[in-house]
Design a protein around this ligand. Structure first.
Ligand code: UN1
Length: 512
């Protein structure tokens, strides 16, 4: 194992023998298939251990349910104090956790640090939120009555997360759920269990300083799809929050809906950007490059479609290709690298087949292909691709988790918005323009149909303060900031009569 990684693991207090299940600080071995965790950097094995199987889920759910009964009565600001301490722990271990994120998910150092910062930010947000979980007081139509609403903890929730944000997406859910009074059961991606084990290890350290906190407010189950399905079908988990592919989300949603539970889905992106004639081209180059090749095109928010006005298309394409040519691609832990590896061979195969399909549909492919020199051996390093293609080519409907940017041309803004909205996904979108009318139209009801619509920035890299999520096949969920917390709570409407009469609503007379 690489020396930096080894040091980071030691600092995080990571055990040498990994166990698949943790309820609070109680670790148990899995009884499922064995898992070989490989680093995207060089394909080397980072760890090998047995995953949990579906039959082990019930015991974890039972503990979380018992923890809920205690945690829901702890005052929310006191729950917030626990989250504050977790945030402090993350500050202390930011560097080590980021090193692990780089090795397990293949992120460049800057983006790995940014991911841990996102966890810290959501903890801070949740601490403030813990004093603001308020309902409304509503004017009652009856004399001497008070009509009001309260938000109560919902219950233990299941979090299913993806490899590309192996720790931040869990933290968005966990920090908010904890202040809302909900225990969290986490099934991380099988590709990134070590970062999850690290987060749970840090949780146990905070737990040790807070003996009154029920340990099972945080559990971890490293397992496969059977474990995910078992969480989704468990009637004891009122909310399942799932991030990943559309087929995974569809399966989760159907299982959760069958028992009338609540699901929060954050699925495919296929995000687009309109580049208008008045756009600042320098800003366009920088924002397109960060969104399209950052994280090697493996963010839900990655830019996949540039819809460029025909008057500036050739110039922008040439400048972009010039920048693509010089991109530092390689070991994500080396200073200066901007593009790290794809997560694995399967991701590389999907990129290859998407590019082949694009070619067969008339696309002109610039870049693409595997790099083998000046990169660590064993990893899947690729040249980002820019594909000039017609806006009606079927391939642009499809999201491929790789650095492929479909480059299309438009004449009128109406046409551009039409092309932009013609895909089945609806997560993030952007327009680059200096024309205030175009910007406002794009953000209006007649503009972008996505959950995130930006002006003069790229599609990726959202702050935690806003609600994060999207429409259509993206799944409709909202996580992280704004009032997303409401999904993690249940609302009770209370009518309180402080008179000796019993007037009925709607003026109904019912004398006995
Ligand atoms: C994801 O890719 O699942 O907006 C989350 C962003 C990040 C989160 C992405 N803050 O790109």
């Amino acid at each position: 194992m690489n020396a930096h990684l080894q040091k980071a693991c030691q600092q995080l207090g990571l055990p040498n023998d990994h166990l698949a299940i943790s309820i609070g600080s109680n670790w148990q071995p899995g009884r499922g298939e064995s898992l070989n965790v490989r680093s995207p950097i060089d394909g080397q094995t980072l760890a090998e251990f047995k995953m949990a199987d579906a039959r082990q889920v019930e015991a974890v759910v039972k503990e979380a349910t018992a923890a809920f009964v205690k945690w829901r009565t702890v005052p929310a600001p006191v729950r917030g104090e626990f989250v504050r301490q977790y945030g402090e722990k993350l500050r202390e271990f930011k560097q080590s956790l980021a090193t692990l994120v780089s090795w397990e998910a293949g992120k460049i150092t800057q983006e790995a640090l940014g991911e841990v910062q996102e966890m810290i930010d959501i903890c801070d947000f949740a601490v403030g939120l813990s004093r603001q979980l308020y309902g409304k007081t509503i004017a009652s139509e009856r004399p001497s009555h008070r009509l009001t609403e309260q938000w109560h903890p919902l219950g233990p929730i299941g979090v299913i997360s993806a490899f590309n944000f192996p720790v931040a997406v869990w933290a968005w859910n966990a920090a908010i759920a904890w202040v809302c009074g909900d225990p969290v059961i986490w099934k991380p991606s099988e590709k990134t269990p070590l970062t999850a084990i690290a987060c749970q290890t840090l949780f146990s350290q905070v737990l040790a300083d807070n003996p009154e906190v029920p340990p099972a407010i945080s559990s971890l189950i490293v397992g496969g799809a059977d474990v995910g399905q078992s969480l989704a079908t468990s009637p004891k988990l009122p909310l399942i929050s799932a991030t990943g592919s559309v087929p995974m989300g569809r399966a989760v949603a159907q299982n959760v809906a069958a028992r009338l539970g609540r699901s929060l889905l954050e699925l495919g992106g296929n995000n687009g950007m309109i580049v208008a004639p008045s756009a600042d081209l320098d800003l366009a180059i920088r924002s397109i490059t960060f969104s399209a090749v950052g994280t090697c095109g493996q963010r839900c928010t990655s830019l996949r479609r540039a819809i460029v006005h025909e008057s500036i298309a050739d110039k922008l394409r040439d400048q972009l290709l010039g920048v693509y040519e010089k991109l530092p691609i390689g070991d994500p832990t080396s200073d200066g690298t901007l593009v790290g590896p794809l997560v694995d061979e399967r991701a590389f195969d999907s990129m290859e087949s998407a590019l082949a399909a694009a070619k067969s549909q008339g696309g002109i492919v610039h870049g693409g292909g595997r790099m083998t020199s000046n990169v660590p051996q064993g990893g899947f390093y690729v040249r980002p691709a820019l594909v000039e293609i017609a806006s009606d080519a079927p391939i642009i409907q499809q999201e491929t988790f790789a650095p492929i940017l479909y480059f299309m041309r438009y004449r009128s803004l109406d046409e551009a918005i039409g092309i932009h909205n013609c895909v089945p996904q609806g997560l993030a979108s952007a327009i680059l323009t200096n024309d205030v009318r175009e910007a406002e139209l794009f953000c209006s009801a007649a503009g972008s149909d996505c959950g995130i619509a930006n002006v003069n920035i790229g599609t990726s890299g959202a702050e935690i303060g806003g609600a994060f999520g999207g429409e259509k096949e993206t799944g409709g969920g909202r996580e992280s900031g704004s009032d997303s917390w409401k999904l993690y709570m249940r609302r009770a409407t209370n009518t309180i009569n402080y008179s000796t009469d019993l007037p009925l609503a709607q003026g109904i007379r019912f004398e006995v």
